[in-house]
Design a protein around this ligand. Sequence first.
Ligand code: ZN
Ligand code: ZN
Length: 276
Amino acid sequence: MFTGVSVAGTMTSLIAPGGRLVVDVGAQLEDCVQADFLCLTHGHVDHIGMIEWVLNARAMRKMPPQKILAEAPVLEHIQDLIKLRQRFDRWLPGFVPVEVTPGMEVDGPSGKKIRVFRSTHVTPTVGFIVGDRRKKLKAEFVGLPEKQLAKLGRSGVQLQESVFVGELAYTGDTTEDIFAESPEIASVQTLAIECTYTQPDKLEKAKPRGHMHADQLLSKLKEINFSNRVQLVHFSVSVKTEDRIATVQKFLSEGINTVTLDSAIDQAAQAGLSKP
Ligand SMILES: [Zn+2]
Ligand SMILES: [Zn+2]
């Protein structure tokens, strides 16, 4: 699962295990400087606000340029920022732009693949899945005896196909429509997904604002029989600690393996549930 920080409207940076890949640079974290791959979901300031600082820190330390994976408008915005920044700072940070579009698959760190999917928000947004390509027996050959498979193989029949296995995904800011827009996220082992609101009076407001309410998320997860782990991120500051704990408990009691970015909240939720 991811580590990092995520507060709606303030900052989000999620660090994948191993530290070589970070999604979004809204937080001033050293991890963002150290990562070789920066995946940017969209252009809102709470998701890319620290990009100048990251590129500057990287350039000053003479570290090799990072790959920045983002849609074209976000990459253009970063180029513009660099031009503006030269008014005051003479550094010339380099980065390797990787323009992404939904459906694309790019090479990631340590032999991993990064898949891009369309997210649903008020501005163009993509999500990222980190995973592997694996060989798998084609469905039409499953269950055939070994001898028959070997014979088919010898005769030149292609028995295997390459499939993408998603380990970790982050949707970026999104709404409950994400499950219809990009159903592939349901099969990822750990799905980090925004859960901005939990309060009843925010239920109607979430979607028009391009966000997700915990109740909407829970009902969608139940609807699709979600069986993997969900990581709730992007809580609004207006959601108090006790409400976050209660939300995790609610998800857990519905049989959904649920964590946040805060282990204290996760532990409190687990402890509360195990009480007699
Ligand atoms: Zn946000
Ligand atoms: Zn946003």
